[in-house]
Design a binder for this molecule. Structure first.
Ligand SMILES: Nc1ncnc2c1ncn2[C@@H]1O[C@H](COP(=O)(O)OP(=O)(O)O)[C@@H](O)[C@H]1O
Ligand SMILES: NC(=O)OP(=O)(O)O
Length: 318
């Protein structure tokens, strides 16, 4: 049995239709893929993003800044998306397991991620959230929301960006470990976890969105995972992505990916955090990380799809 942390992108849950019904359906389709791991005998730990959802939640609140019905701060919005997405996953996963005759508990855990109050990310927003805007909408949006920062997101349009500090600790780590050891399928650290700092013995929320790829890597290291799998909407990691000479990677040594990161070759806010999170995991544990398409889970389990990032020693063995 392998212990596997699987991270799913918020864009995989919300693509075009942002209704609760459509997102629930996307989650139901997603878990049909994830049960393959459990059927394969693996202990699964699920984590997910919330970029599109938390951005939409903020937009829904724009007109509710009255004293009677105030808008919620970003950390609380993060908690709300963790709750809603966790709720969809918990029920969908339980039902999908039952359909295959597997009686296993599934449990979403409200997770807080401790960050550093002095993280430079607080003054350098980089995490894309909410919908994609066309280039010709940008001037109007900037005029309407002068406090927003906007960034181009991997050739897909412009998005609002917010601070994204790095996870330092996972507050609920020991509870997560207990749940994992009990064989329960936990859904943890949704949206990267609610960003908090410790102040005077208390946890205080910060207005930010943590990258779930970094939290997934941290959790995978803390639970001694055998593998970290980051599932997204692309078959793997490409060099020269989107250019005529793009190349998809299948097996790659961590040192090679590190060189390409150092050369600034990966898109910030999309592929860069994934490769960085994978590299951190591989370097800390010596175990492999995989980046691949949610649709390819069966082949990722077989090792025939996705980009597998190996520790150097592993690559030398091959
Ligand atoms: N070098 C690259 N290789 C593969 N995909 C890339 C690369 N650079 C940018 N991308 C884009 O990054 C996307 C995945 O990032 P994103 O959508 O932010 O992930 P998430 O699934 O976590 O929401 C891919 O669908 C692709 O469009
Ligand atoms: N929080 C987070 O990383 O979300 P996405 O995966 O949706 O970008």
């Amino acid at each position: 049995m392998a212990k596997i942390v699987v991270a799913l992108g918020g864009n995989a849950i919300l693509s075009k239709d942002a209704s609760a019904q459509a997102q629930r359906k996307a989650v139901e389709e997603t878990v049909e893929q994830l049960v393959n791991f459990v059927e394969n005998g693996d202990q699964l730990i699920i984590t997910h993003g919330n970029g599109p959802q938390v951005g939409n939640l903020l937009l829904q609140q724009i007109n509710s800044d009255s004293t009677e019905n105030p808008a919620m701060p970003l950390d609380t919005c993060g908690a709300m998306t963790q709750g809603s997405i966790g709720y969809w996953f918990q029920n969908a996963m339980k039902e999908a397991l039952a359909k295959r005759g597997i009686n296993k508990d599934v449990m979403a855990i409200i997770t807080q991620t401790i960050v550093d109050d002095d993280d430079p990310a607080f003054s350098n927003p980089s995490k894309p959230i909410g919908p994609f805007y066309k280039e010709n909408q940008v001037a109007e949006i900037r005029a309407e929301h002068p406090d927003w920062n906007l960034m181009e997101d991997a050739g897909r349009g412009y998005r609002r960006v917010v601070p994204s500090p790095k996870p330092v600790e996972i507050n609920e780590y020991s509870a997560i470990r207990t749940v994992v050891d009990a064989g329960i399928v936990p859904i943890v650290s949704g949206g990267g976890g609610i960003p908090v700092v410790r102040k005077d013995g208390k946890l205080v929320g910060k207005e930010a969105v943590i990258d779930k790829d970094f939290s997934a890597s941290k959790i995978a290291q803390l639970v001694d995972a055998d593998k970290l799998i980051i599932l997204t909407s692309v078959g793997g990691v490409f060099y020269n992505f989107g250019k005529p000479d793009e190349v998809e990677l299948h097996d790659v040594a961590v040192s090679e990916i590190e060189e390409h990161i150092a050369n600034d070759e990966f898109a910030k806010g999309s592929m860069l955090p994934k490769v960085q999170a994978a590299v951190d995991f591989v370097n800390a544990t010596g175990n492999p990380a995989v980046i691949g398409d949610l649709e390819d889970v069966k082949d990722i389990i077989k090792g025939t799809e996705g980009t597998i990032i190996h520790a150097v020693s592993e690559t030398v063995k091959n």
